[in-house]
Design a binder for this molecule. Structure first.
Ligand SMILES: [Zn+2]
Length: 87
């Protein structure tokens, strides 16, 4: 199913120009217990609704960014660069 994904650098483009990078997860600290790393590396929420995700614009600017996407409708609610603070 195709939909438009607005790249923060290039604007709205067909989703087939992008690579899905998975759910956004907060990386555990270096001294975190191994259970935190197992959760970070292997467990996914697979949210039915709004979910923060990594995307890579492989046929465009070749930049990584984050998108808040509704997984039920593919509606993209927000896109932002990793260094931008969300409102
Ligand atoms: Zn781009």
């Amino acid at each position: 199913m195709s939909f438009l994904l607005p790249c923060p650098n290039c604007g709205p483009r067909d989703v087939y120009e992008f690579r899905f990078g998975g759910e956004y997860l907060k990386r555990p600290g270096p001294d975190a217990p191994s259970e935190a790393w197992v959760e970070y590396l292997y467990l996914r929420a697979n949210e039915a609704g709004a979910q923060n995700e990594w995307w890579y614009h492989r046929l465009g600017c070749r930049g990584w960014f984050l998108a808040l996407r509704d997984t039920r409708t593919n509606a993209v609610l927000e896109v932002y660069r990793p260094d931008e603070k969300r409102a």
